[in-house]
Design a protein around this ligand. Sequence first.
Ligand code: DGT
Ligand code: MG
Length: 611
Amino acid sequence: MKRVSEKEKEIERSLMQLAQSTTVRPGRIKWLITNMKGCKTLYLIGILGTFIYNGMQLTVPYFSSRIIDDFLTGESAVNNMALHRDIFYALIAAMIGFTILRVLIVYFDCMIYEVVSQKVLYRVRNILYDKIQRQDMVFYNTYRTGDLMTRVTGDLDAVRHMLAWVIRMIFEAFSLVSATAIYYMYMNVKLALCILAVGPLLFGVIVLFNKKIAPMHALLREKLAEMNTVAQENISGNRVVKAFAREIYEIERFDECNKDYRDTNIKTANTWLDFYPYVEFTANLLRVILLLAGGLFLIKGELTMGEFVAFSGLTWAIANPMRQLGNIMNEFQRFAAASDKVMDIYYSKAHIRDKENAISNDSRLKGRVEFRDVSFQYEDGNLPVLKHISFTAEPGQTIAIMGETGCGKTSLIHLIPRFYEATGGEILIDGVNVEDYKLKYLRENIGLATQEVLLYSDSIDGNIAYGDSSIKREQVVRFARYASADDFIAKMPEGYETIVGERGVGLSGGQKQRISLARALAVRPSILILDDTTSAVDLETEKHIQQSLKELDFECTKIIIAQRISTTKEADQILIMQHGEITERGTHEELIKKGGYYADLVNLQMGGEAV
Ligand code: DGT
Ligand code: MG
């Protein structure tokens, strides 16, 4: 049995914690805060920095108003300039000093936002990947790969952008407007109130805009996922596209999605453009109010020239955030649409998971497999696929399953490693229900060569040792020999180091099957399940594999699905399935005597030779 490394234990522990902490789905912002683990203080410092550097924006107009009033336009300006020239220089130096300091604060502040957002992105991405890894088949049948990819790339980036930019902009706008409002009040309450009266007007515009833009972003996100799905399916299915010469059709199909996405993007941008004139009008209204009311107060002597200049010099500090608001709202809605999708996965739970106190230990299972009146129906299907299946495989025995295509063979063996849960009856291994084992422990004891072979873009060695990366090259070669794969691997220019392309491109169907068999054997399983694993190898090689399977240097129960009599005839028990039921069972000789489906198959395949 493989030893569990410290790192694996640590991952397991953190996942347990995560599972406990992700039971209730909170609001979006709360969720963001939860994921700022370890960097909340830093982020708060960032927000504080935003307030400070925006507050410091007021220093320039403050110093300039003092310079104007005391040294340039006031009654005693000439006197002051002659007597207090040092103050004049000090004010200019302070203006420059504060500007430099402000630039430095902005620089470090932006760094803080970037660092925190990247840390959160890293954490959430890992959690999502982990969640996706641990999902069961139902999840993979439900979500399309392109959609999942969008969630872990584009959607996650919108989440990062929220932390790095949107929140900063919100605080920037807020701090700038409030600091300016306070300063305005300090200078002249009446004029300040006249200018700030545009606030409610702007608020109304923003609320209306927000209502319009939110559904646009949800739609935009769907269009992007659609486009990614088409691209992903197309690229991974490129061989089929080529075989049917459907390139033009596929290009057009992608073009449709691309156009759709572009148009939705334009529509979203236009939504803001519809509102922009109102915002611009309100922003310009500020200047008109300032000129009218400010001018009046100036004439009446209620306002100094320096104050008027300071008021005027700061209108941007109210107008710019107003103009930015559209952008901020846009990005906020993008975050809302994206974070919902990310949180769907973040808070998703696999239906098939470990029970509390599930069984797991260091010893190897013996490999006694028992099906007790097992029935099964797919969640999305409307007919039972397996009906009242009962059989027992004693440790070390070989059970062969045969039957016409679609009768439920693959569905049956998928219940053993709990890819799906039986809807009736029980599956026992060594007398214990599979549901009572820890999934990891259960699956480590099973070696499965699936019907559809999937190899990784890795070396052949890496592919064979996939289930147990601690095994040495000699062992890899030994398992390859069992699977009759050593010969052809040795003949390859780089032998076991040969990199096989995505999904095993560069290998024949039979070669892929043999590597997949070696991979299943390499975990030295207690239960070896082969789903049509030798269907593409020639009879001679298959015979060799059959012999090797008998001579394995570890005991394992073998459950073999096959169509060929030559593969199954030496099994301890042969099960014939029809429409989800076992209709015949027995040894080769017994079944021939029965004269049923199996006997017909023998006649068909061997011309009665083996009888
Ligand atoms: P094969 O490999 O062609 O010899 O056929 P089997 O015997 O391995 O058939 P199997 O177990 O793959 O499928 C049995 C039935 O279940 C068949 O009618 C198709 C259906 N089926 C298979 N997978 C799914 C699934 O994921 N969802 C639903 N709803 N039905 C499925
Ligand atoms: Mg099958």
